[in-house]
Design a binder for this molecule. Structure first.
Ligand code: GAR
Length: 203
């Protein structure tokens, strides 16, 4: 059983797709964490009886700290922290506490189109302006540099017919919804092996 905590900032379609596609007996949603009270993903979590926490770097009523989350996740034996459209930078000490356990989905083929400011539609605008024929999605481990950690898996999509950044976003989101549940289920099955030079996914 994979104990997972999911971080979200908005719509939460990637979180929903993991919730719907990974077999229930393989995964336990320990927590959904958001920096935004109005995130749609939070509503979905609450409707499905998943504990919700709001996190902030500064002390704020109704928000918990990253220190609190470290303690909570250790108590709940969280194996994987999934960033599914979480748009705030995670503090270094939290990354240290969960080395090789935090994963992120990025809507492009890293290492291209990553880094600070590269999130959501900004990524697709940059891809569109460069007239790329392909884009895709990447799931990677999170380290202290934006979009830089070891790549776990990628999927590519032909965007040569796309007429706008929004159309690229739509095509990429479809493959995010295939790639992310695939990777999370592989973690649940213990089929992801982290080696010095990279990551191997076993059949
Ligand atoms: C997704 O496209 C995800 O790849 C992206 O935000 C979107 C969230 O959508 N993440 C980033 O850009 C992180 N750099 P969702 O809330 O519907 O899952």
């Amino acid at each position: 059983m994979l104990n997972i905590a999911v971080f979200v900032s908005g719509r939460g379609s990637n979180f929903r797709t993991v919730f719907e596609k990974v077999p229930k007996e393989k995964i336990n949603f320990c927590a959904v964490v958001s920096d935004r009270i109005d995130a749609l993903a939070v509503k979905f979590a609450a409707e499905n009886n998943i504990p919700v926490y709001f996190v902030s770097n500064t002390a704020k009523d109704g928000f918990v700290s990253y220190d609190f989350l470290i303690e909570l996740f250790n108590k709940k034996f969280v194996n994987i922290v999934l960033l599914a459209g979480f748009l705030k930078k995670i503090p270094d000490f939290f990354i240290d506490a969960f080395e090789n356990k935090i994963i992120n989905i990025h809507p492009a083929l890293l290492p291209e189109y990553g880094g600070k400011g590269m999130y959501g539609l900004n990524v697709h605008k940059a891809v569109f302006e460069s007239s790329e024929k392909f884009s895709g999605a990447t799931v990677h481990f999170v380290d202290k540099i934006y979009d830089h950690g070891k790549i776990i898996a990628q999927r590519k999509v032909d965007i040569s017919d796309a007429k706008s950044a929004e159309e690229i976003a739509e095509e990429v989101l479809k493959i995010e919804h295939e790639l992310l549940p695939f990777v999370v289920e592989k973690f649940a099955d213990n089929k992801i092996v982290c080696e010095n030079n990279g990551v191997v996914i076993l059949d």
